[in-house]
Design a protein around this ligand. Structure first.
Ligand code: ASP
Length: 309
């Protein structure tokens, strides 16, 4: 049975100097994920593990290294879904969780709910044995510096997140999608949200259908980019619906990204289908991404072209 994996580290205006760390970070998640998938691990297990690796890497805006909101807090969103029973779990605006994707999986497996937020999610985590961290465990100097620059009036850091100029803009939600050797698919997404967001703002990454979707009848998808546009066009589900109607992941992804034109959306999407094909598409200047399939092997890229790791 074919298997496939795709991971992303955000679709945005990645500055030249950040291209190499993004590429390295993608390889660090893609290679072990692919090995696990090839040795029989489930798609759900692999997407969680790959996203945990990316959450730990401060290069990316997720987990450790996430953006600060206007109140100088880290607030994280994540979701995960599996395609056999369509079970899903998500958390939003959590502040003391090192691996929001793992908490999302706990919501999927251990609660009757799909989406939990804030303190309720923290309590749920502790009740189920997940250790809470401190805000400062998630904070890195780069993000504090960016917070202070925005407060000092550097508006470009906020309003040009997805445009070509200026280059000094940091984004980088992370995600993974996989099809395993049993033909089951899964998707996961995790983020620190957008630069200078209002406290309590939740983006697409916590929302099933927008940031994450998986269905064994068609495939799995994970989004990244400007959440307010992705939410309104339910981007991940837009890609899935097109795969359900017979399109390849590449064509389905391109068609889904085109729907963003109505809201001037900027985003990227990774997709796998249930036959072991994978693709990554984007309309931002760059997207950190990697795909692994049996027929094409491993491919990684931040610019348009993808190459072997
Ligand atoms: N989509 C995320 C959000 O809006 C941000 C990102 O993908 O970089 O929260």
């Amino acid at each position: 049975m074919p298997c496939a994996l795709a991971v992303h580290g955000g679709a945005w205006n990645v500055p030249d100097g950040d291209v190499d760390p993004h590429r390295e970070g993608i390889i660090e998640a893609l290679k072990p994920g692919w090995d696990l998938l090839r040795s029989g691990s489930s798609a759900l297990e692999v997407v969680e593990r790959a996203v945990c690796t990316l959450e730990d890497n401060p290069t990316f805006n997720a987990g450790h290294g996430a953006h600060l909101n206007q109140a100088r807090e880290v607030q994280l969103d994540a979701s995960i879904m599996e395609g056999e029973k369509l079970e899903a779990g998500a958390v939003a605006a959590v502040q003391r969780i090192r691996h929001p994707v793992s908490l999302a999986r706990m919501v999927l497996e251990l609660s009757p709910h799909v989406l939990m937020v804030g303190d309720g999610a923290h309590n749920f985590a502790s009740e189920h044995g997940m250790e809470l961290c401190r805000q400062r465990d998630l904070l890195i100097g780069r993000e504090l510096d960016r917070y202070l620059r925005v407060r000092d009036g550097e508006d470009d850091l906020v309003i040009r997140e997805f445009d070509k100029d200026p280059l000094d803009i940091h984004f980088g939600t992370v995600g993974a999608v996989a099809c395993d050797s049993k033909g089951h698919v899964a998707a996961a997404t995790s983020t620190g949200g957008t630069q200078d967001k209002l406290p309590g703002r939740v983006g697409d990454s916590a929302v099933i259908g927008a940031g994450t979707y998986a269905d064994d009848r068609s495939g799995a998808a994970s989004s990244t980019g400007w959440g307010e546009g992705i939410l309104r066009m339910t981007l991940a589900k837009a890609g899935i619906d097109r795969m359900a109607s017979g399109m390849s992941p590449g064509r389905a992804g391109q068609a889904a990204i085109r729907t963003l034109n109505r809201v001037q959306g900027k985003a990227g999407l990774i997709l796998v289908d249930c036959r072991g094909h994978a693709s990554a598409v984007f309309n931002t200047p760059r997207m950190a991404r990697g795909i692994a399939t049996l027929d094409r092997g491993l491919l990684v890229g931040v610019d348009r072209r993808m190459t072997r790791p």
